[in-house]
Design a protein. Structure first.
Length: 260
């Protein structure tokens, strides 16, 4: 059975001060503090800009030996393919400190909801998998058209993990399908704030949601299934507003341990 690692999507949030972080904690100490509470962190800043190797090297120094980082692929690979070629080399080079330290869990490739299942889009996913194939890869689709057995079999042939999600049950969004297509399992908890998912003034409103213990217990057998079928499984909380993701990550760690 594989190992379950629980973490958060991001860690550098001012609104976590007072809920997750002590009031006087310096920003430079956010990561080492959080690393005492969770097993891994998903780096989302890498989606918007190319982080320097120095930045990742500092993250490595600040965390325990068994702590891992999950890096979201730069948006050039998913939202602006015309820039992918020139982004590829610097993106790969930036990850060297994580690779060399053994702290790179995987690279997350996240496509937008408008990216539907079509032959051309499947060809493009295969191209991205080839570009980034030296890293463990998982892919998150955001449109329900990708939920089909033929896609799961195709991902298995590519050796790419399928990202399972928990999010509002709204038309077109991904249902809570649980499937393993690679040695790595991955679940992203986005929250269930259906009211604010499409209608919001600030992006964070979509992720303003605190899971109850009962809602997380729904996932315990599903996580058992994933860990039984993979070498390692990551459960990442993206409901980040005011530290709710960190609260839920600790809650899930406790519930999963108690269910063993």
């Amino acid at each position: 059975m594989g190992q379950l690692k629980v973490g958060t999507a991001g860690y550098k949030y001012d609104d976590w001060v007072g809920t997750v972080y002590p009031p006087n904690l310096k920003e430079r100490d956010f990561l080492p503090y959080l690393a005492r509470l969770v097993d891994c962190v998903e780096i989302n800043a890498s989606f918007y800009s190319l982080l320097s190797p120095h930045t990742y090297r500092a993250m490595v120094r600040k965390t325990p030996d068994d702590f891992e980082f999950l890096v979201k692929a730069h948006r050039a690979f998913t939202h602006g393919p015309e820039d992918a070629a020139e982004t590829l080399s610097p993106f790969k080079e930036s990850l060297r400190p994580l690779v060399e330290s053994g702290k790179l869990g995987c690279v997350l490739v996240q496509f937008p909801q408008r990216f539907h299942h079509t032959p051309d889009n499947r060809d493009y996913v295969a191209r991205v998998a080839e570009w980034l194939g030296e890293f463990p890869l998982v892919v998150e689709f955001r449109h329900i058209s990708w939920v089909r057995d033929e896609v799961f079999e195709w991902l298995r042939r590519l050796g790419v993990g399928f990202v399972c999600v928990d999010e509002p049950r709204l038309p077109g969004l991904m249902p809570p399908v649980v499937v393993a297509t690679a040695p790595i399992g991955y679940v992203r908890f986005h929250g269930r704030n259906a009211e604010k998912w499409h209608q919001h003034e600030q992006a964070w409103e979509r992720y303003d949601y605190l899971y109850s213990e009962d809602e997380l217990r729904e996932w315990l057998p599903k996580l058992r299934q994933l860990t039984a079928q993979t070498e390692k499984c990551y459960a990442i909380f993206n409901n980040h507003w005011q530290g709710k993701g960190a609260i839920n990550a600790q809650m899930l760690k406790r519930l999963f341990a108690e269910s063993e």
